[in-house]
Design a binder for this molecule. Structure first.
Ligand code: ATP
Length: 287
């Protein structure tokens, strides 16, 4: 198991009158090399959870293990986490600052103390993974489109060659096509590099198209987990956890009140509902 979390809690400003419990007794496991989705409404603890997995915060209680790196309230050295985990925060293009695309991507690997040849090789490789044509290497990142700038930021993180890549709302602010293409790129990297990808999103619909496993957060607690099909099987109850329920789930529940036998479990997306209904209709016609 790549990531194991046991009884994890985090209190901001602990011991002060402003103490706030952001995460409460969370336990979960994430398999190495899988694509994981974390969903939940604003303030449910998603960012706190990913910062703990990345070793950027220390827990108040409990334990995080990422491969051989362990973090608990007593851990002093959080460096081992840097070796395994990289995070792409929201709107990462705001962090670009170098004069060329290549220099920006090279920043991380150069700080690792790699040789200039190896840095160059990592930049080329990361650009290819992130779907950036090599002609862009010598341009200013500020002359690129919003989607390309985001890919430069992604490439900068990929150049560190992490085994765990955490993305916080990676498609926020992109147009629908840009969102779809970026997600496809991330999915491809995860498959080809066997990277563990943890993606945080408000949108269950978006994440369910790619995630092998989903975790639902609500008020600092883990309230549901499973494959997208298993999570969607909670139906309109997902609303109680502050999530926006896709229209087709509402429709499927409505139909199931009148259909005997009910529609099969394990529907992941709108297209699956449409094909189940079509099959049922064909059966009806032939029967
Ligand atoms: N640095 C901080 N100091 C104090 N409280 C914080 C801090 N960061 C987050 N919180 C609080 O902890 C709770 C969980 O916040 P967190 O950012 O983890 O939620 P989230 O699910 O990522 O939200 P969003 O979707 O808005 O990013 C919230 O109530 C938030 O106000």
């Amino acid at each position: 198991m790549g990531i194991v979390i046991e009884g994890l809690s985090h209190v901001y400003m602990a011991g002060t009158p402003f103490a706030h419990t952001a995460l409460q007794d969370v336990s979960l496991r994430m398999e190495a090399g899988s694509f994981i989705g974390i969903v939940g409404p604003t303030g449910s603890g998603k960012s706190t959870l990913i910062q703990l997995i990345a070793g950027l915060l220390r827990p108040t209680q409990g334990r995080v293990r990422v491969f051989d790196a362990v973090l608990d309230p007593e851990t002093k050295n959080r460096k081992p986490f840097r070796k395994w985990v990289s995070v792409v925060f929201q709107y990462p293009e705001h962090q670009l600052f170098e004069e060329t695309v290549a220099k920006d991507i090279a920043f991380g690997p150069r700080n690792l103390g790699l040789s200039p040849e190896e840095v160059e090789q990592r930049v080329e490789q990361a650009m290819a993974w992130a779907g950036l044509p090599s002609e862009l290497a010598d341009l200013s990142p500020f002359h690129l489109s919003g989607g390309q700038m985001r890919r430069v930021a992604l490439a900068g993180v990929l150049a560190m060659q992490p085994r765990v890549l955490i993305l916080d709302e990676p498609t926020a602010g992109l147009d629908p096509r840009g969102q779809r293409e970026l997600l496809e790129t991330i999915r491809q990297i995860q498959r080809e590099q066997k990277m563990t990808v943890i993606m945080v999103s408000h949108s269950m619909e978006e994440i369910s198209r790619h995630a092998e496993r989903m975790f639902v957060m609500h008020r600092g607690r883990l309230v549901a987990e499973g494959t997208p099909e298993q999570v969607f099987a909670h139906g309109t109850r997902l609303r109680e956890w502050g999530l926006e329920v896709p229209e087709w789930i509402v429709l499927a529940e409505e139909l199931n009140r009148n259909l005997h036998p009910p529609l099969p479990q394990g529907i992941r997306r709108e297209e699956d509902l449409a094909s189940s209904l079509l099959a049922r209709w064909k059966e009806g016609k032939s029967g």
